[in-house]
Write a protein that binds this ligand. Sequence first.
Ligand SMILES: Nc1ncnc2c1ncn2[C@@H]1O[C@H](COP(=O)(O)OP(=O)(O)O)[C@@H](O)[C@H]1O
Ligand SMILES: [Mg+2]
Length: 402
Amino acid sequence: MPKESPILVGLEIGTSKICAAIGEENERGEFTLLGIGQARSHGVRKGEIIDQARAQEDVRAALGNAEEQAQVTVRNLFLGVTGRHVEGFNNVGMHPVASDDRLVTAQDVADAADNAKAITLPAEHTILHTIRQRICVDGVEVADNPAGRLGRKVEAHVHVIHGNALRIQNSMRLVQSLSIEVNQPVFNGLADAQAVLTPEDKENGALVIDIGGGSTEFVFQQGQAIRQSGVFAIGGDHVSNDIALGLKLNIGVAERLKIRHGSAVVGAESHGRTVPIGDNEVGLPPREVSLEQLHRIMSVRLQELLELVAERCADGCLLDEARAGVFLSGGCSLIPGIDTLAKRVFRLPVTRATCRNIAGNSATLAHPEFATAIGIARYGGMRLRNRPRPRFSFRDVFPFFR
Ligand SMILES: Nc1ncnc2c1ncn2[C@@H]1O[C@H](COP(=O)(O)OP(=O)(O)O)[C@@H](O)[C@H]1O
Ligand SMILES: [Mg+2]
């Protein structure tokens, strides 16, 4: 008998796999995962849909699996968004205190926050999230609600995440074509942080990096604020490509080699060792490849990727504030040695992420590839709890589509 209680559904349309997570929240906001469904992804490159029809089939399959496991029928969901077009940046909005007696009002704060959103975005881009970082009155940071204080000027510091409206709309249309409503598009990186960080990690400051097949998302969260975020259109597929090119293998063999014998660091134990490969798919006789060379190729690409993230967090010495350290998720966080490599790059403690503070099947929650979909569903719960909007309004996200 299908459940009729409100359910929370997160959908990640990834480059390697489509993943749907179904959960529910109790009145205390505790999240339980009821089901997870996945399907291999065929219509997505670098996090963006390139074949609508194939992606639709894969989404249908992933949702079907999750529905079966959770024993529910999905009618609406929160949709993950990623891709090179998604960008995050910090902005400050100001507003003079309007009243003659210089008493700050809630309206002054709201006006300052609105001004922070009034930014020039790239053509056809739309804001996905505006997250308040802190409020200052006359340059001094104040608590969340400074109404009642005296001052001359209110400043709202915000983090804005925006993306190409047409590409976001493409993913939304795909879901809608299955007669399922999209409550809200959610940046994948933001969702990851909700799945893998505890409230203590957030308080201490944490950098979450999700390395998937075709893209890598990162988010730096401190308290309720997002300090930095972004996407690189680089992931595990690029690692496999490098292996294929460097060792002259076909891509399928390179992918398997990466998963069976891969490492993100070149250790002394790989020196002089080889692994056999049955390169039957291209009709070549079996041969051996150098383990050291394999690890070196992987290490170069992964280090470059992690350094790109570190560079983006260099502004304002953000990494010095990551007291909880770095959390790695996504399929590539399973690569042996990636935590050692990340420690070298960031000079911070590194954790391979799992979903935390979530009830449900523990084996499923330990899978870092599921963190995004689960985080999207959880973000959905927080969203509905904090601002009950039954349905995402198209105009909110696409203001120029009036
Ligand atoms: N055990 C593993 N060891 C190394 N790499 C892995 C492992 N499992 C998955 N991967 C890699 O992780 C990537 C897929 O990660 P995932 O988070 O599922 O991707 P996406 O979200 O882009 O669909 C692929 O490049 C895959 O080869
Ligand atoms: Mg992913």
